[in-house]
Design a protein around this ligand. Sequence first.
Ligand code: CMP
Length: 140
Amino acid sequence: ATERTLSIIKPDAVAKNAIGEIIARFEKAGLKVVAAKMLHLSEEKAGGFYAEHKERPFFKDLVGFMTSGPVVVQVLQGEDAIAKNRELMGATNPKEAAPGTIRADFAETIDANAVHGSDSPASAEREVAYFFGADEIHSR
Ligand code: CMP
């Protein structure tokens, strides 16, 4: 089915000048960018986004990293967009990411892992709405 998923190009990949190469991978795989913006997240915005991880030991570092520089937030739309995006990204830990995936090619550590992608239809819906209003999504 046609789905929408939230993608974030994280501060490490933005700093590496890899925005274009990462978006090209989405587009070549048949995913369409239907919304996009560049943001420098506040602690509150990043912490709210990752609220499900609040009790995890890595939460503080995660929020610190995600607020360390600008990010590019996008909505990707296409057939099986959620799973397709996760395949393109590779494993959360770049050291475990399959060759040719975004994280294998652009990331060094589990914290600075280049991209985020929604992991389920429920989180995609929440995450898209966290960053974009309906009038900012251009799907026709
Ligand atoms: P992301 O998909 O953005 O979701 C949560 C992020 O927490 C994850 O990518 C990683 O960058 C980061 N993280 C740091 N340590 C861990 C860990 N042990 N397990 C999962 N995620 C982690």
